[in-house]
Design a protein around this ligand. Sequence first.
Ligand code: BGC
Length: 751
Amino acid sequence: MKKTTTIVLLLLAVASLSAQSKKPVYLDSTKPIELRVKNVLSLMTLKEKVGQLNLETFVNENDTKNDLSDKIKKGDVGSILKSNGVKNNLRLQKVAVEQTRLGIPLMFEEDVIHGYRTIFPSPLGESASWNLDNIEKSASIAAKEASASGIHLTYAPMVDISYDPRWGRILEGAGEDPYYASFVAAARVKGFQGTNLASGQNVMACVKHFAGYGAALAGRDYNIADFSERTLREIYLPPFRAAINAGVGSVMTAYSAYDGVPATANKKLLIDILRRELGFDKMLITDWATINNLVKIGIASDEKEAVLMAINSGVDVDMTSGLYLKHLEALIAEGKINIKSIDKAVERVLIAKFKLGLFDDPYKFFNEQREKETLLSPDHLEFARKSARECMVLLKNDNKILPLNKSIKKIAVIGPLANRQKDLLSWWGGNYSQGKPDEVISVLEGLKKSVNSYVEINYAEGVKLDGFDPKGLELIPEAVKLASESDLVILVVGEEYWMSGEGGSISNINLPGIQDELVNAIANTGKPIVSVLVNGRPFDIQNLTNKSMAVLEAWQPGTMGGLGVADILLGKYNPSGKLTVSFPINTGQIPIYYNYKRTSHDATGEALKNRWVNKYLDIPTTPLFPFGYGLSYTTFVYSNLILSKQIITEKDELVIDVDVTNTGKIFGEEVVQLYIGDIVSSVSRPLKELKGFRKIGLDPNEKKVVSFIVKKDDLSFYNQNMKWVAEPGKFNIMVGASSEDIRLNGSVELK
Ligand code: BGC
């Protein structure tokens, strides 16, 4: 062999060796994500692509039957839900990375709704804090814990607006108002995702359920929903828009339908509105088996047609139906789907994995030491206590019975929820996150830990709360005896954790079981009653409110709930929560919400005596407690409303200033609310809509100027052509302490 030939051959061998050892582009972290995605896509077979769109469920180390290893090895699994813990997830991730051709990492997903191991107040409760920093922080702690436990994505926030407390999932949203709920949605997304998804301390958020799931008729979960495009745009879309603008990484479709077409196959909803109008070009996931549901609902003749409908509607990931896996390849072979739509869907999944940094370090989320140190850490618990007490709403406080007077020496803590732990966690916190009931501080324990040593606390269950049936009548006499021998009763009532949440619909919102009988019996003793409610949803609490001197709505306050309650009752914290959902007088008032539109027969005051008005004969039309309502241990005076202009144009900003003074004796926080009402418009508009809020803290006698800025958008609405416009004319400006407690009025004209 000639010398030159030998050198050429040698060079070729070296080149080929270095080519072999050189990482493919998709594993090269110095390359931009777009290039890496393109590269990995170009290397994938159709089967591997389809596998990425398949989201599987339930893996438990001890459950060998459901071990997904074989499926993962075949490249049939893109992501897994409900598989928790570093040990388990690391094992499966190793299979994906080390035993598949391209080593594409798995994404692990979970319902981390209001905390992972440290459980915060359920979302409806937490929203009542009106403290967006807190809301963001609890989501970021939840993300820190979940990511330390091997989770990459959470199915939260749920941003469905609901007017119906019969619907158990009302507890999972931020209340009835789309404006406020939009701020909460954005705060939660920011908290979960942080500024760098690849930090290993954050999780991708998945905003759900797109869209209108909260409109379930008769408050029955999974029931049909029927609402207009106007309602979709005015009520259901705004929080989604806010989540998308905050950078949410994924969206989940709803079980429900919009205009007769189930969300998962609804092109108008998913393509026209979500993709085009809202500009969401990231990962779209179905809800549980909703592709399969298209057959059940009867809009697809078989599974294959259902798959076609979903993929053609822009659905990327199939949660648990397994139908993408079963039919996508065949549909491509038959020429019914263009490979481009599969590529697009896979691209979105891969981008999510790249953004989470999984291609660079697939094991980053799996560190047992970090898991141990992070979950339930002391600073997380401390924050859980702070967030618990801030979300609680003081509904009544006659004769300033709260905070409890130091002269009270003997307290009877009575009620079926006083000594419960799991019920403070909610359906989600108690079931699907890693919250452990025995780590929860009950109301009884919280009080015992917090009262002065000279105070005697005794406990009686009062009645049994074990489902909806009347149980435990025989326990009432003992509770009555205890009450009679005490200075004061703290009565803890509400619902068990499983009664609300998904599938937690009820037909009437009376307190379950015979809790009202207990209320009556204790009231008959004549002892002062301070009631504490533990619940996910509003209940009919007329009787309870009438018979109690004070009522504290504590929601499902999470791991440190009992201490949060004690902080308020004992005056260590001045309550500052305000309702984000109306509390109806009774079930018959549902649906009820503050931002109702005017009718021809509206009446107030004397005019209500007239028969021909919009009213009930038996009860008022107003709720027991309205949106925005909540008491404090101090008092606030509103004065000096100043509008920067009387007349504005579309380009102007209107500045609204108001003085708020703490006229009481202790520090307190107030949620100052701005409402606007469009007096004449081309479609009917609510009398008032929230358009601004500020939570401020004031020392005794301190005064602060609270400023709101109103822009064109705050005066705009969808006109008859569904165009977002502000129409010239006059607007009422209302500033107050709740939607019904308007303290100052003004008006402005848009020219
Ligand atoms: C719920 C979703 C949830 C999913 C996964 C569904 O039944 O509607 O909100 O994220 O299950 O657990």
